[in-house]
Design a protein around this ligand. Structure first.
Ligand SMILES: Nc1nc2c(c(=O)[nH]1)N[C@H]1C(S)=C(S)[C@@H](COP(=O)(O)O)O[C@H]1N2
Ligand SMILES: [Mo]
Length: 201
């Protein structure tokens, strides 16, 4: 039995200026990187007591979780109720000792894509490093073997093909954030473009 959704309920789920799709569009700048499990690694570095490096095999021994979350792309499509499977960042962080200076995160991907977010958003309960979506492994163009999922921010912060997490004392803007997109990117506040940023942000 599907749940009964009253028309009014969706207004709490769809941020302003967004339309719903049940498709899963691919939004990628540049080529899809090739995955080699022999050479792939995942690193945690920057403002940490000790840098970490996982092989693919080691990463997959981390505790696995599932979650259901909405996904909002700044190009105005939203996809509700995505079932993700992977490692919750809060579980990964049980292995990471942050230095007190750590306040921001820069996410590094294969092929040079980056995105940044404040530490507080990265540490949220619903932030995941995922390899499955709606019951199947992610396809290469959706970020296999590993993508970040940050449901509370526009989807360009949900970086695909993640290879490293860098903790920073000062904010460093990522790929889209230096190309005119908003540094924080809260879809409920329609934080789409950098010209909307408050001077002190
Ligand atoms: N590495 C990387 N991650 C990325 C992107 C990208 O171009 N490269 N595009 C972003 C954008 S703009 C969106 S909307 C989402 C789209 O994810 P999807 O292609 O799986 O729908 O991925 C984000 N993550
Ligand atoms: Mo996007």
């Amino acid at each position: 039995m599907g749940k009964i959704v009253k028309p009014g309920d969706l207004s709490n789920r769809v941020p302003p200026g967004q339309y719903l799709t049940t498709k899963f569009p691919v939004l990628t700048y540049g080529p899809v990187p090739r995955f080699n499990p022999q050479t792939w690694d995942f690193r945690v570095f920057g403002e940490v007591q000790e840098a970490l490096r996982f092989s693919y095999e080691q990463f997959r021994t981390l505790p696995t979780s599932t979650m259901v979350a909405d996904f909002h792309c700044v190009t105005t499509w939203s996809r509700l109720d995505n079932a993700w499977e992977g490692v919750l960042v809060k579980d990964l962080m049980k292995l990471v000792k942050l230095k007190p200076e750590a306040r921001f995160v820069l996410v590094h991907c294969d092929a040079g894509y980056t995105t940044n977010l404040p530490l507080k958003y990265f540490l949220d309960d619903d932030v995941m490093l995922a390899w499955r979506h709606d019951g199947a492994d992610l396809t290469p163009d959706h970020g296999y073997p590993l993508r970040l999922v940050v449901p509370k921010l526009y989807a360009w912060k949900s970086a695909k093909w993640v290879r490293a997490i860098e903790f920073l004392a000062r904010d460093v803007r990522g790929f889209w954030e230096v190309r005119g997109y908003h540094n924080r990117a809260d879809p409920w506040l329609e934080e789409r473009y950098s010209f909307q940023e408050e001077p002190e942000e």
